[in-house]
Ligand binder design. Structure first.
Ligand code: ADP
Ligand code: MG
Length: 681
């Protein structure tokens, strides 16, 4: 298999030198030949026959067998796309983009024409698009505009084993429409063998198994638990690199997120520098959701002769993406998972041990093209006794407000009886209903209100959508959508290089002048950049990441379009920070916290101790009352993106949620003088 793949690559390289047209043709032919070497290819006819004979089928095949890239193409070749689009969902946006790019190459068409993708805030499709890859969340949103998915002839819910929240909700919705759209074909595809469960759920749909080709994988465990898995992973990778001949295979290391990957990348670069010229080159390829698109393609580039590639990946490489040529897998045994406490309604991202199923998927990534080796950075005892068998489906450990709002806007009112494959805990459903009621998205009968309908137009969390909808009242929608866009970009606005931290921090403080809070600081960054006519130079001078800013601008443009759709005028109130903060509070009032004597905070509604994140502009200021965007749990429970609040706003804005007694000590009692001199009086 490997030989064929390598050959294909060589031809592509030759192609650059040959006359363009014929070269492109050869490259295309080569890609076509490669397609025929995939494990799924011998089953093409049988599969098409099965799709022809049944409305719903469950497809099971190992990662890398060709499910995602080939099945939609087979259906296209068989004419299904003449009756409507072929849609294929992916839990991760990187996978949707990358797979669409690959398929467009295989078909020899420009990405966005016949083959396209759609992810949140980025639609790379056109009138011509017949093969559409998209995130599961995007297909969910399509139901809002087209409840019967009439423009599709086939829906393939791919990576079903991942059981993301959106996939689980999609299951219920697509199952429902197959009943009144007999012409719609539904494929549920999964990389794991628990297909029975899918089959049972879809009224005993037949299971189509694609026999995999798996080579044996040697599993190595550590003798004792690792105190620092990040370092252990780096050491292991370097050991493999130094002791094994370079030509024999690449390394894949699993990390929990971007920060770890960036640290690992730096450390690896640093340590390989000292190795001297006798050791083969080590090419470091990071891959995570926020990695810029141009860099994502790098992981698929063939490793040059005499060098070795080390891919530093998040869970995305577990089943969503297949990288050829991996022989060694290093598995520290963790991933970042959402956890949700339905009692308090609080959600955090936690680094959590993976399940046995995940560990086995990870190991399997090394045995695709030849015998592999997997280094588990935990003990065998740990694996057998501590790891859960399977990952708990997201629907059972997440905030459901978003999904509930979506289902309500689809007219699905009886959520307790919705046909979930694994129903969410009923207290989580109730909590979501409660929150939506508090946000005035639902009335007391649980019906969608006008506010709720407007909110559902925005592909954002309900609190953010509410903040936008509320900005109409405070005539600051212009500012609020900038803030919402900046918040949606994530924590990659400010750039803080190791050797220039002081400069970077000073630049950042400029935006925080007057202790305006993190939201307004983000707004100031955006509007200052806008004033320079979106200058890249300005970003460099201010230690701002240009790429993140461009993304924020894109998102903002889309939010502006959506404002128009819900008939909210674009209005500006740049000098009235209180108005802007009130709009923020209208969405985020459930996230309010009050300072305590020792400088920590107590959340108001469900008392819990939290802290202002050190990166916040208010970390030294410590206002008495704050509203925060999100909680992150690292060494402590931190509030990230924090703004000062006047407690009376809580009662004014959310009288059904807060009573005077919740906020009264602010007005009656004086704050006791604590030890912190930073405490504001
Ligand atoms: P599955 O969905 O069954 O896991 P895929 O269809 O994703 O399998 O992958 C089939 C093959 O296509 C794999 O060998 C993989 O390496 C290759 N492939 C997929 N995406 C890309 C890409 N973006 N660039 C290069 N090769 C790719
Ligand atoms: Mg796949």
């Amino acid at each position: 298999i490997k030989a064929t793949v390598m050959e294909g690559v060589n031809v592509e390289q030759d192609a650059v030198q040959s006359p363009e047209a014929s070269a492109a043709k050869t490259a295309l032919e080569k890609l076509q030949n490669d397609r025929k070497t995939l494990p799924i290819y011998p089953y093409r006819e049988q599969l098409l026959q099965a799709v022809n004979d049944h409305q719903v089928i469950v497809i099971v095949g190992e990662t890398g067998s060709g499910k995602t890239t080939q099945i939609p193409q087979y259906l296209h070749e068989a004419g299904y796309s003449e009756r409507g689009k072929i849609g294929c969902t992916q839990p991760r946006r990187v996978a949707a983009m990358s797979v669409a790019a690959r398929v467009s190459q295989e078909l020899g068409v420009k990405l966005g024409h016949e083959v396209g993708y759609s992810i949140r805030f980025e639609d790379c499709t056109s009138e011509k698009t017949v093969l559409k890859y998209m995130t599961d969340g995007m297909l969910l949103r399509e139901f809002l505009g087209e409840p019967d998915l009439a423009s599709y002839s086939v829906i393939m819910v791919d990576e079903a084993h991942e059981r993301t929240l959106s996939t689980d909700v999609l299951f219920g919705l697509v199952k429902d429409i197959t009943r009144f759209r007999p012409d719609l074909k539904l494929l549920i595809s999964s990389a794991t063998l628990d297909a029975e469960k899918f089959s049972d759920y879809f009224d005993s749909a037949p299971i189509f198994k694609i026999p995999g080709r798996r080579f044996p994988v040697d599993i190595h465990y550590t003798k004792a638990p690792e105190a620092d898995y990040l370092d252990a992973a780096i050491v292991t990778a370097l050991q493999i690199h130094v002791t094994q001949p370079p030509g024999d295979g690449d390394i894949l290391v699993f990390f929990t997120g971007q920060e770890e990957i960036e640290t690992a990348e730096e450390t690896l670069k640093h340590r390989t520098r000292g190795l001297g010229t006798k050791i083969a080159e080590l090419i470091i390829c990071p891959i995570y959701a926020n990695l810029p698109t141009e860099l994502q393609a790098k992981i698929f580039e063939p490793t040059p002769e005499g060098a070795r590639k080390v891919v530093l990946a998040t869970n995305i490489a577990e089943t969503s993406l297949t990288i050829d040529g991996i022989k060694y897998v290093i598995d520290p045994g963790f991933s970042k998972m959402k956890s949700y406490n339905p009692r308090t309604g609080m959600e955090s991202l936690l680094v959590t041990p993976i399940s046995k199923a995940s560990a086995n998927q990870r190991a399997g990534r090394s045995g695709r093209t030849g015998p592999g080796q997997c280094f588990r950075l935990y003990t065998a005892y740990n694996f057998y006794h501590d790891l859960e068998d399977n990952t708990v489906p997201e629907i059972q450990r997440t905030n459901l407000a978003n999904v509930v709002l979506m289902l309500k806007s689809l007219g699905i009112n009886d959520l307790l009886n919705f046909d979930f494959m694994d129903p969410p805990p009923s207290e989580a459903l109730l909590k979501a209903l409660e929150l939506l009621y508090a946000l005035s998205a639902l009335n007391k009968h649980g019906e969608l209100t006008k506010i709720g309908r407007r909110m559902s137009e925005f592909p954002l969390d309900p609190m953010l959508s509410k903040m936008i909808v509320a900005s109409e009242k405070y005539t600051c929608s212009d500012e609020i959508i900038s803030i919402a866009a900046m918040l949606s970009v994530g924590n990659s606005i400010f750039y803080r290089p190791k050797d220039k931290q002081v400069h970077a921090d000073n630049a950042r403080l400029n935006f925080h002048m007057g202790n305006v809070g993190d939201h307004i600081a983000l707004l100031k960054v955006f509007s200052s950049w806008k004033e320079t006519n979106f200058s890249t130079q300005w970003c460099y001078e201010n230690y701002i990441q240009v790429r993140s800013m461009k993304r924020a601008r894109d998102i903002r443009d889309q939010l502006e379009g959506l404002l128009e759709r819900v008939e909210i005028e674009l209005s500006s109130n740049m000098n009235d920070f209180d108005a802007i903060k009130k709009a923020i509070t209208s969405g985020f009032f459930p996230h309010s916290a009050k300072i305590q004597k020792n400088g920590s905070y107590r959340t108001v509604k469900h008392p819990q101790t939290v802290h202002i994140h050190p990166s916040s502009g208010l970390a030294q200021v410590l206002p008495r009352w704050v509203v925060y965007h999100e909680l992150v749990l690292t060494t402590k429970e931190y509030m990230r993106q924090v703004t000062e609040l006047k407690p009376e706003w809580l009662v004014e804005i959310a009288p059904h949620f807060y009573q005077m007694k919740d906020v009264e000590d602010a007005t009656t009692k004086k704050m006791p003088r604590g030890e912190g001199r930073a405490l504001k009086d």
